[in-house]
Design a protein around this ligand. Structure first.
Ligand SMILES: Nc1nc2c(ncn2[C@@H]2O[C@H](COP(=O)(O)OP(=O)(O)OP(=O)(O)O)[C@@H](O)[C@H]2O)c(=O)[nH]1
Ligand SMILES: [Mg+2]
Length: 497
């Protein structure tokens, strides 16, 4: 579910009112700009740009992150086109059609090939060009009023008492303000989702459950790269095989637990799939140990510098560019296995940070075990973890969407009778949401959700397990996961689209 700060609308209201006000003023002054005297080329452009921008804006409505920009363009250019249609001969049919066609093609690219940034990029450039040209046009109109230049003419221009110069000045201000507002057309980074979770939070099992979901519903495929060393510090094929998705699934089926990721392992998995025609990619980095305290720009820079010293063949810019990709890891595994032995910290830290920077959507895992221990140290751990996630959201910026995912829900509630997409399932999610809302740092995230899209999900990888919490008491006996029977994991996949 989407997290809503209760004041969300209040935050959006000023921006919406400003756009509507400027759109109104723009129409008001457009009357004074003498569009009917434009040359053919001018009239063509005056038809092309608004039609192109209205068409592109409709595609931008399909994605949450570009919707604001879409609203801006529609609010300004649809009334403008309507206004122009009253002026005989201003709108040129060929300009209109070409604009609609190009805008429509970009929409198709965005929706079909997930190229939303192509759409937002062209729409932003197009609208800026349009307002810039209009500002120049208004300046020229102004100069024409006082041309040929002479003191006398300037004097009469200033004294004439007509409203024309004032109107032009105000029109120019409105156009410049609209130029500035094109900043509302934000880029969208949608196809990449990165999943971050601290040690033991359920990363490996969630990977397997998502894999299952991707393969069953989204034509999923996966790629993985695994570096695993034996005790002598050599790359170990046997250890590596153990961390492959297929081996882990096989282990579960035979009733064994996949081994916990050890200190000498680092693995990266990328799940790819398609919903309809929209492609999507989920990446996981699996490792052992804690990196939570180190995730900040300084430590990232330090880690990349350390790597640069070790990896002679790459210069630092190449490392910045390629870190976090499977192809880079493959190359390191081939050429630098010895140098990296046992020294994963920098590599893991830099890969995680880079992934967080580049992904358009980030999923933060929260270990469901903390809920079981809520009244002991669980609550403290949650406060710490939400504090970290809140800080990371601040650091990574508002162009991304975020999701908080509570894992291991089966331990908390008996999910065996609750279908994953039922109203009851949503109630369970709301119950947990309510419980967590008592934590201050969670509430801080809630406040961030006024400006940044933040989602909240609760999942389990085996909904058939019986809960470990009964009548508020914790049952100590741990249950073995012997199958992947995901509960609401599909919601996480949907978050990616
Ligand atoms: N009951 C239950 N247990 C789970 C679930 N997901 C994970 N676990 C258990 O939680 C423990 C940690 O899960 P992993 O998926 O290995 O977590 P991780 O983040 O990969 O952990 P490390 O690689 O060891 O850092 C395992 O013992 C799992 O059995 C779940 O949905 N339900
Ligand atoms: Mg793991």
């Amino acid at each position: 579910m989407k997290m809503h700060g209760s004041l969300k609308l209040l935050y959006e209201l000023p921006a919406v009112s400003l756009v509507l006000l400027l759109s109104f003023l723009f129409l008001w002054f457009a009357g004074t700009l003498g569009f009917s005297q434009l040359s053919w080329a001018g009239a063509f452009l005056l038809s092309f740009f608004p039609a192109f921008l209205v068409a592109s804006a409709s595609g931008m409505f399909f994605h949450e992150q570009s919707r604001k920009g879409g609203f801006f363009l529609i609010a300004v250019f649809l009334p403008f086109l309507y206004f122009l249609s009253f002026d005989q001969g201003v709108l040129k049919t060929n300009g209109l059609l070409l604009g609609l066609l190009i805008g429509g093609l970009l929409d198709w690219q965005a929706l079909h090939n997930n190229r939303f940034n192509l759409l937002t990029g062209y729409a932003r450039t197009g609208s800026r060009l349009f307002f810039f040209a209009l500002a120049v046009y208004i300046l020229v109109l102004g100069l024409e009023l006082i041309y040929p230049f002479s003191g006398e003419r300037l004097g009469s221009f200033l004294e004439r008492g007509t409203e024309k110069p004032l109107d032009l000045g105000l029109a120019l201000l409105v156009v410049l303000a609209l130029y500035k507002l094109t900043d509302l057309i934000r880029d969208v980074r949608i196809s990449e989702v990165f999943i971050y979770g601290p040690s033991r939070s359920g990363k490996t099992f969630l990977l397997l459950a998502l894999y299952n979901h991707f393969v069953n519903f989204y034509g999923g495929t996966h790629r993985e790269i695994i570096l695993s060393y034996d005790t002598e510090g050599k790359l170990s094929k046997a250890n590596e095989d153990r961390l492959r998705i297929e081996s882990m699934l096989a282990e579960i089926e035979t009733g064994n637990m996949p081994k916990s990721t050890s200190r000498a392992d680092m693995a990266m998995y990328v799940l790819s799939g398609k919903k309809g025609a929209i492609p999507i990619e989920f990446s996981f980095i699996d490792y052992s140990g804690e990196y939570t305290a180190d995730l900040d720009p300084e430590n990232y820079a330090r880690a990349v510098n350390n790597l640069d010293e070790k990896l002679e063949r790459f210069n630092i810019n190449t490392i910045y560019r390629r870190i976090g990709t499977i192809s880079f890891m493959e190359q390191l595994k081939k050429d630098y296995a010895k140098e990296l032995r046992g020294e994963f910290h920098d590599l893991i830290l830099a890969s995680i940070y880079k992934k967080m920077e580049t992904a358009g959507k980030i999923i933060f895992l929260v270990d469901g075990d903390y809920l079981l221990d809520y009244h002991l140290e669980g609550r403290m751990e949650l406060t710490r973890l939400f504090g970290l996630y809140s800080r990371l959201m601040d650091l990574l910026g508002s162009d991304k969407s975020y999701a908080l995912v509570i894992t291991k829900m089966d331990k908390f509630k008996d999910l065996s009778e609750i279908p994953e997409d039922s109203g009851e399932a949503r109630e369970v999610e709301e119950e947990i949401y309510g419980l967590l809302s008592k934590t201050d740092t969670f509430r801080e995230i809630l406040h961030r959700a006024r400006k940044v899209p933040v989602y909240f999900y609760t999942v389990s990888v085996d909904a058939t397990l019986s809960p470990q919490l009964s009548k508020g008491k914790r049952i100590e006996e741990q249950q073995r996961i012997t199958q992947i029977f995901p509960w609401r994991v599909g919601e996480i996949a949907k978050f990616g689209f």
